[in-house]
Design a protein around this ligand. Sequence first.
Ligand code: GLV
Length: 329
Amino acid sequence: MGNSFLVTTAIPEPGLQLLSDAGRVTVLPDPPDYDALAALCASGDFDVVLTQLRDVIDAPLLAGARLRGVSNFAVGYNNIDIEAATRRGIMIGNTPGVLTDATADIAMLLILGTARRVVEADRLVRDGKFLGWEPELLLGRDVSGAVLGLAGFGRIARATARRALGFGMQVLFSPRPPGDRPVSAAELGEFAGNVRQAPWDELVERSDFLSLHVPLSDQTRHLVDADVLERMKPDAILINTARGPIVDETALVDALRSGVIAGAGLDVFEDEPKLAPGLAELPNTVLLPHVGSATVPVRSEMARLSALNAVAIAEGRTPPHAVNYLASA
Ligand code: GLV
């Protein structure tokens, strides 16, 4: 029972129970700022820290850290410098798989919500402005028949494609924008014949809905910038359930204001929880507070996986979901 875990923000059961069955657990009452977290990681009091996306685990913090590992309560791990952690022999875990469908549901919700102007419609009813059925009240767009362009073709993009095909959309994908790589029919599996691979430029230019499903990296930061927005159709809608900094949000606000594109459905923001100035005032947006994985069962599974990862790392085993594999584990 010598294991010691630091949990930066309380997680749902069964996560905390699994941790306390395996060792001593410290749950911070409030999310730590960078310096506080760095000091805790350097204290030598903890084997593993269970982190949230807002916890920045960068190279300077890792340089001073006395930890066996970091277990991130998320599938994405752009908050952690993986290379620096690997150099320091610090193992990193994440929570893939369990949030795929929930996040694809949110992508579909944003597609439907922007197409059918759900936020404007809801506001109109609540404001007492619904005066009865009208032939031209809040006319939106058809989703069926529209072209959905998927930037990325990993688990969440595929789950989104499955839903979009059910809604009668035409699905194009670009597996690794802005670069390319051929995807074989075998890799396409159930999607062969139903979706078509397109170069990034074509995806940008042909999509009625352009939905982002790439990890945040140096290659994908500002993948959607002013130039890309300019090349999209004027009636196109941008959907982002991946990471905010993939989009230049200031350029997006300009594009939405000036009609360069027609709308945006966003679950993530460049500098969240802050929004780019002007974004919240735009009627042609649906804005959600990063809730892609926010269902009771999914968050509970994420808690379980992140705790299993943490316990395995503390015990010197390879975690079920290791981001980096270390010879020493
Ligand atoms: C959420 O954004 C995650 O990466 O799990």
